[in-house]
Design a protein around this ligand. Structure first.
Ligand code: 13P
Length: 250
């Protein structure tokens, strides 16, 4: 039986004070919650503070991005071994904001995914279609080709230790949420696609939904057979919202 995972993607939000106070509140509001995996992904500069604030708790630390190389002349970048030193467990790769705003390609995303696994952290691979692609009826092709770029490089077996997040771009920060049925359809396709290569990896892989997840819709989304939790943006910045989303997943 797959456990559910609720991961908060704080994007470029927060301050020292916010990080300390919010993580303290999240800790106390999720106290004793051991039926669900939980993680918070703050900005890079807040990782040391967050590491201290989450120390000894059940909430894991995540990062929002990584460079594929171990070290080198890459100004402004941070490598997987560097993140690992700060107790980072999960690393988001290929978020649509990075694909769109920073021009990240499928190939770069696949290299980042491999770099995260190489130091035994867990990649959260984001895939998802734009509104235009959905209207063209090519959601399936778009999502599976993003997935194939990673499968071709890293193989199927590693998906037992990896997380996929389906995040339709049209549902991120827009006020529109995919219906549970729309999300389940894509999640089911992703799992079948994995299962064609390896049944066990497909069964173990946690597939999260992201895009306007909040306390009010989480239970219905997480009730779908192939939705194993959420990658939560805006709602994860509020401790009580985040805690009740975790509650819905338990
Ligand atoms: P929102 O939950 O704010 O729509 O963001 C989703 C997201 O992009 C999480 O990675």
């Amino acid at each position: 039986m797959r456990r559910k995972l609720v991961a908060g993607n704080w994007k470029m939000h927060g301050s020292r004070r916010f990080v300390e106070q919010t993580l303290q509140s999240i800790r106390s509001e999720t106290e004793g919650q051991d039926a669900v995996d939980m993680a918070i992904c703050p900005t890079l500069v807040h990782l040391p503070l967050a590491e201290a604030a989450l120390s000894g708790s059940q909430i894991a630390l995540g990062a929002q991005n990584v460079h594929a190389a171990t070290e080198g002349a890459f100004t402004g970048e941070v490598s997987a071994p560097m993140l690992k030193e700060f107790s980072v467990r999960y690393v988001i790769v290929g978020h649509s904001e990075r694909r769109q705003l920073n021009g990240e390609t499928d190939e770069q995303v696949a290299k980042k995914f491999a770099a995260v696994l190489a130091v035994k952290m867990i990649p959260i691979l984001c895939v998802g279609e734009s509104l235009q692609q959905r209207e063209q009826g090519i959601t399936h092709q778009v999502v599976l080709s993003q997935l194939d770029a990673v499968l071709d490089r890293s193989g199927i077996e590693v998906f037992s230790q990896a997380v996929i997040a389906y995040e339709p771009i049209w549902a991120i920060g827009t006020g529109i949420t995919a219906t549970p049925e729309q999300a389940q359809e894509v999640h089911g396709n992703i799992r079948r696609h994995l299962a064609e290569r390896d049944g066990a990896a497909a069964e173990n892989c946690q597939i999260l939904y992201g895009g306007r997840v909040k306390a009010a819709n989480a239970a219905e989304l997480f009730g779908q057979p192939d939705i194993d939790g959420g990658l939560v943006g805006g709602a994860s910045l509020k401790a009580d919202e985040f805690a009740s989303i975790c509650e819905s997943a338990s």
